[in-house]
Design a protein around this ligand. Sequence first.
Ligand SMILES: NC(=O)c1ccc[n+]([C@@H]2O[C@H](COP(=O)([O-])OP(=O)(O)OC[C@H]3O[C@@H](n4cnc5c(N)ncnc54)[C@H](OP(=O)(O)O)[C@@H]3O)[C@@H](O)[C@H]2O)c1
Length: 166
Amino acid sequence: MISLVVAASTNNVIGKDNQLLWHLPNDMKFFKNTTWGMPVVMGRKTFDALAGEPLPGRFNFVITRNRSWDPHNKNAKVAPDLDAALRMAAETDCKEIFVIGGGQIYAEAMPVADRIYMTRVHAVVEGDTWFPVIDEKDWELVDNRDFPVDEKHAYAYSFQVWERKK
Ligand SMILES: NC(=O)c1ccc[n+]([C@@H]2O[C@H](COP(=O)([O-])OP(=O)(O)OC[C@H]3O[C@@H](n4cnc5c(N)ncnc54)[C@H](OP(=O)(O)O)[C@@H]3O)[C@@H](O)[C@H]2O)c1
């Protein structure tokens, strides 16, 4: 199973200047708990946004067109395109592969994904990177949990799970 994991604003913004636009500790916990022990597939820019360090406790696969690019870390494997990354990730024999961004890689992976874990951040923000629109013709919302603003979270947010319609 191939899943996308994303946090996006109401207007589908996911980043600006290769950074996230919010600090939501519960979303970081959700992301860690969901992906722990599993393969994560990402674009080279998202890897750079992680300060060039692979995510601990997960199999990291980084996609780049640059044949000489080196992550300088044996825990990150390099793939020349999305298909190759998904094949390498499948070799871990884990039951779910998580595509964790960014914008370019989500757009490429959405047509082959089975599930989307969407943290919808209830704000309209300006950015330079977007998540593709979830087309309700193809996707069904199967779970939605809403959380309000609190002292640690400047925005209200919802944890949503979308499944591809059969
Ligand atoms: N809110 C969220 O959930 C979330 C999650 C992840 C990332 N983000 C944000 O998203 C932004 C980064 O996204 P992005 O769209 O700029 O970049 P990205 O998707 O992370 O990475 C793009 C890079 O991936 C490689 N690539 C893309 N398509 C390829 C293909 N078909 N074959 C081979 N390589 C390919 C290229 O690397 P080379 O240039 O090296 O060839 C390309 O420059 C940042 O702001 C980050 O903070 C947000």
